[in-house]
Design a protein around this ligand. Structure first.
Ligand SMILES: Cc1cc2nc3c(=O)[nH]c(=O)nc-3n(C[C@H](O)[C@H](O)[C@H](O)COP(=O)(O)O)c2cc1C
Length: 177
């Protein structure tokens, strides 16, 4: 196992890929060039997860609370990944206005599988500053999302600052500083 970070994402229309690249860029500014390996889950294998102690998982929500298509295809394999002893940070993309009843649901599902399979979750993010009706990606008290919440449809101007802050947070919480 390496000390590097493995980032796994899926995307339908490219937004999550761009956010993944932004996370890599900002994270490597903090922990060093070449320290973040990025995988599109469409071409990843379950063994790829075994190489990393620090993992970032990214996924948009599609079609009223569904998994993104390549994550959906990968899902049976994903459920078999052993996350014991690994620190895992999630990020999700969604649209809080047009899909307000299902905001970021897929991030919640992804987080829950990782935790069930032994992950220590990091990178919880305040729900302040978002307006939505329901989400499977919030903590019981409603105070936090279970990972970074990005809304490229309604709040694209906030994305870069959110990513910067969150990267600082996970560097601390993963103990990578
Ligand atoms: C048909 C359609 C369905 C969507 N369903 C949801 C949803 O249920 N929940 C949500 O939070 N966002 C939903 N979205 C918003 C997408 O998650 C958002 O546009 C995201 O940035 C797309 O990421 P991608 O380009 O990586 O695929 C939907 C968007 C479209 C066009």
């Amino acid at each position: 196992m390496t000390g590097k970070v493995g980032l796994f994402y899926g995307t339908d229309t490219g937004n999550t890929e761009r956010v993944a690249e932004l996370i890599k860029e900002k994270l490597e500014e903090k922990i060093g060039e070449g320290q973040v390996d990025v995988y599109d889950v469409a071409t990843a294998s379950p063994e790829d997860f075994d190489k990393y102690q620090y993992i970032i998982l990214g996924q948009p929500t599609w079609y009223y609370g569904e998994l993104q298509s390549s994550w959906d295809e990968f899902w049976d394999d994903f459920k078999k990944v052993d996350f014991t002893g690994k620190k895992v940070a999630c990020f999700g993309l969604g649209d809080q206005a047009d899909y307000s009843e299902y905001f970021l649901d897929a991030m919640g599902m992804m987080h829950d599988v990782a935790v069930e399979n032994g992950a220590e979750p990091v990178g919880y993010w305040p729900t302040d500053g978002y307006e939505f009706d329901a989400s499977k990606a919030v903590t019981e008290d409603g105070e936090f999302f279970v990972g970074l919440a990005i809304d490229e449809d309604q709040q694209p101007e906030l994305t870069e600052e959110r990513v910067s802050q969150w990267v600082d947070q996970i560097v601390e919480e993963m103990g990578l500083a």
